[in-house]
Design a protein around this ligand. Structure first.
Ligand code: CP
Length: 304
């Protein structure tokens, strides 16, 4: 059984194969007829135990563009509310002859757990603060599209690193491809083991921006905090928010990324988010081609 549970266990050649396949699908979805018949014989269940806009709709669109049959499940409207377990829920869905499961779940490790207890191909669409592999793939793909290559680029991930699955998956993906990676944020929002991940650490945003070619701005994930980690939102914005004045003080134009959802005026001002320096909507657009590539490659292995 083949899965995409995280970036950690991938190799550089896997990422390049996904990107080459995504290049093809990006061309396909820009045609007047955006669909290919490749996965007419595959059924995919999208299981969302946590809210999502981009990832949920992007996976569904990717599956439909590949002509797969698609069923969608939101935990809040399901029998999970009556006490049904994750494994029972998934096994009931699989008994309807489903081949592949895309799952978002609030618990770190939920996708790995599921992969050990059910016989289906699993794609992790974000598991708590652990990994969000397709986000990291679409992020690197977007850097490659804007700057020509990921190798050798200086990429800083700014903000709430501690609670971010996007940060962890990006660190793994960027390092595999030979980028130089820095994290920047308040000490209270950096993981204790950050030195083991082989990244530079900076707590001064201006210094981080002066160093980088690309800044990936993250949202502070208040929903994952049991206690308040930082004195105030205003203080966070003053020290770690990116704005036009700060960017104009640099002697170069850097690329600005954000995985969404944005908290405008907190980690990024609107004049930056909506500027040509920002590739935020390109990231979202590339997400469909990347997810088509991942699903197509995993489904090819199902069919063997
Ligand atoms: N980037 C991202 O995962 O967004 P959603 O939570 O809206 O899916």
């Amino acid at each position: 059984v083949n899965h995409l549970l995280g970036i950690k266990n991938l190799q550089e050649k896997d990422i390049q194969l996904i990107f080459e396949t995504a290049d093809h699908f990006k061309e396909v979805i820009n045609r007047p007829i955006k669909k290919v018949p490749s996965l007419r014989d595959i059924t995919i269940a999208n299981l969302f135990f946590e809210n999502s806009t981009r990832t949920k709709l992007s996976f569904e669109l990717a599956e439909k563009r590949l002509s797969a049959d698609v069923i969608n499940f939101s935990a809040g409207q399901s029998s999970v509310k009556k006490g049904e377990t994750l494994i029972d829920t998934v096994n009931n869905i699989l008994s309807m002859k489903v081949d592949m499961v895309v799952m978002r779940h609030p618990n770190p490790g939920a996708s790995v757990f599921l992969s050990k207890h059910v016989t289906a191909n699993i794609i992790n669409a974000g598991d708590g603060a652990h990994e969000h592999p397709t986000q990291a793939l679409l992020d690197s793909y977007s850097i490659r599209e804007r700057l020509g290559d990921v190798a050798g680029k200086n990429v800083v991930i700014v903000g709430d690193i501690l609670h971010s699955r996007v940060a962890l998956s990006n660190i793994y993906a960027l390092k595999l491809q030979g980028a130089n990676v820095m994290v920047c944020g308040p000490k209270t929002l950096l993981p204790k083991h950050i030195d083991k991940l082989g990244v530079k650490v900076e707590t001064n945003l201006l210094k981080a921006l002066q160093w980088c070619d690309v800044a990936n701005m993250l949202r502070v994930q208040n929903e994952r905090m049991e206690i308040s980690y930082f004195p105030s939102t205003r203080e966070y914005t003053q020290q770690f928010g990116v704005n036009k004045t700060l960017l104009e003080s640099l002697d170069k134009e850097i690329t600005i990324m954000h995985p969404g959802p944005i908290n405008r005026g907190v980690e990024i001002t609107s004049d930056v988010a909506d500027s040509k320096q920002a590739i935020i909507l390109d990231q979202v657009q590339n997400g469909v081609a990347i997810r088509m590539a991942v699903i197509y490659l995993l489904a090819s292995k199902i069919k063997q």
